[in-house]
Ligand binder design. Structure first.
Ligand SMILES: [Zn+2]
Length: 87
């Protein structure tokens, strides 16, 4: 029996990877955008590689605005970058 691995696409580099190799970024019901290290938070999610280059690209290209169809402030991108680099 082979178990099917769920695949997700990184919104920065558009590469499809197994879900567990990506980080989830979630817009929670309070409208906050947070890194979901557990993969279990409620809300609309987007996926990005666990890679500093992809995380930086989020901010450079404002990719979360597109992913969540909403304006995302620079401070949110900065916080995500810091959380990623620090976590
Ligand atoms: Zn990527």
């Amino acid at each position: 029996m082979t178990k099917k691995i769920p695949m997700r696409t990184c919104i920065a580099c558009r590469t499809e990877k197994p879900k567990y190799e990506l980080m989830r970024v979630v817009k929670n019901p309070e409208g906050e955008i947070v890194l979901d290290f557990s993969g279990k938070l409620n809300g609309r999610g987007a996926y990005v590689c666990k890679d500093a280059a992809c995380v930086k690209k989020l901010g450079q290209k404002k990719l979360l605005n597109k992913a969540f169809s909403a304006p995302v402030g620079d401070e949110v991108y900065r916080r995500i970058e810091e959380e990623f680099l620090g976590g």
